[in-house]
Design a protein around this ligand. Structure first.
Ligand code: SF4
Length: 97
């Protein structure tokens, strides 16, 4: 079955090395630390900027199995948004099953 990688439509985590102007420039990100915790695993801080300026990140994998968009540890949403929630960078599109 062909599946399209969901895009990261917006990311407001401005102190991440991959972020410029509310956009994530990693090629793909991984979400989820635990089944119910949609943390962005790709987030990290660095004095050097990372990623590819022309690219908009996709969701390569998601371990948050408790989300209704999650199927076999892949995200089926058309796009997601990432932002700070309870002081951690989270997938804001997460919807508990
Ligand atoms: S919407 Fe759900 S399945 Fe998709 S990345 Fe976010 S937490 Fe994972």
């Amino acid at each position: 079955m062909a599946m399209k990688m969901p895009t990261v439509q917006k990311c407001s985590v401005s102190d991440c090395a991959y972020n410029t102007e509310q956009a994530c420039h990693a090629l793909a990100i991984t979400i989820g630390e635990k089944p119910s915790d949609p943390l962005c695993d790709t987030f990290f801080t660095s004095s050097k900027h990372g990623g590819i300026k022309e690219a908009t990140a996709g969701v390569g994998a998601c371990k948050s199995f408790d989300c209704s968009f999650n199927r076999d540890y892949e995200c089926t949403a058309s796009s997601i948004q990432v932002g700070m929630k309870q002081s951690q960078p989270d997938c804001l599109t997460f919807q508990r099953r």
